[in-house]
Design a protein around this ligand. Structure first.
Ligand code: AMP
Length: 290
């Protein structure tokens, strides 16, 4: 396994692979790798000749006052994890190698990024799409694997690939969870013990919402109310930033559930911001939801 710190050297590697006819997989991460990342890496490993994992805490996607400076970094464990997963190259550029001091080109999306995390984190998705586009240019992947945990991010990357004709296939892998249902996240390590035990309610609330839809509820209001009530009771240290039901493709809020929808939430517990979501197939009344 190689560790490549330079974007130019990474691109040379990648162009050579592609010229030789290899398929190339890319799993972009911000490091502090856990079993969720490992599952994405395994998907890419199974599908590609060459596999790159990028580890880059992208300053462009953090707003002032967010956790950029304290974002957890575990470089040695990340290398061990990548080696164990059969990664060919860990690409971990320095911020200065990714962004020229006078960099002035970014990628903006104007529809899917308006709600949910886009509303609460202005500029976040522009930072995400810009770095993902740069990683695609540097690593030249034929396949990129993202996690369903960041559902809005995955939908935005899909839209960018479509709208900018990027020659990359996107694979979105399921959310990997702790035994009590909490979505694995690098940020979980910020949680104090009592916060960690409260955090399990987040997924339980989403499961309860999904069960309500399964029982035939099609109005968004009561479904959202169930989530809010459960979080209010089960996460006393938490502040629900949002819970919304959006169309799974357009990420537009829906008031009546039809077709495939995403129930997504963000919650602050103490100083930790956690997100989670579930996809739900809301079959029309009279049909059985799958
Ligand atoms: P991050 O390092 O948090 O930026 O995440 C890198 C990639 O891993 C993103 O595509 C995330 O959606 C994905 N990811 C993070 N946590 C999980 C998880 N628990 N299950 C599946 N994928 C995840």
């Amino acid at each position: 396994m190689d560790i490549v710190d330079s974007a130019a050297r990474m691109q040379t590697h990648a162009l050579r692979w592609r010229a030789a006819g290899n398929t190339v997989g890319l799993v972009p991460t911000m490091g502090c790798l856990h079993a969720g990342h490992a599952a994405l890496i395994a998907e890419a490993r199974a599908a590609c000749d060459r596999l790159v994992v990028s580890v880059f805490v992208n300053p462009l996607q953090f707003a002032p006052g967010e956790d950029l400076s304290v974002y957890p970094r575990t470089p040695e464990q990340d290398i061990d994890c990548c080696r164990a997963c059969g990664v060919d190259v860990v690409f971990r550029p320095a911020p200065g190698d990714m962004y020229a001091p006078d960099a002035s080109v970014t990628i903006e999306e104007s529809q899917l990024s308006r709600g949910l995390c886009g509303r609460s984190r202005p500029g976040h998705f522009s930072g995400v799409l810009t770095v993902v586009a740069k990683l695609f240019n540097i690593v030249q992947p034929t396949l990129a694997v993202f996690g369903q945990k960041d559902a809005q991010q995955a939908a935005l990357v899909r839209r960018m690939i479509r709208d900018l004709n990027m020659p990359v296939t996107l694979l979105v892998a399921p959310t990997v969870r702790e035994p009590d249902g909490l979505a694995m996240s690098s940020r979980n390590r910020y949680l104090a013990a009592d916060e960690r035990s409260q955090a399990r309610t987040l997924n339980q609330a989403l499961m309860a919402a999904r069960a309500l839809v399964g029982d035939g509820e099609r109005r968004a209001g009561p479904v959202l109310e169930r989530v809010r009530a459960m979080v209010a009771t089960g996460v006393p240290s938490g502040t629900l930033e949002y819970v919304e039901i959006v169309d799974a493709e357009t990420f537009e809020p829906v008031s009546v559930l039809t077709g495939r929808v995403c129930i997504a939430m963000a919650c602050r517990i103490g100083r930790t911001r956690l997100i989670d979501n579930v996809m739900v197939d809301a079959a029309p009344p009279g049909q059985v939801a799958s």
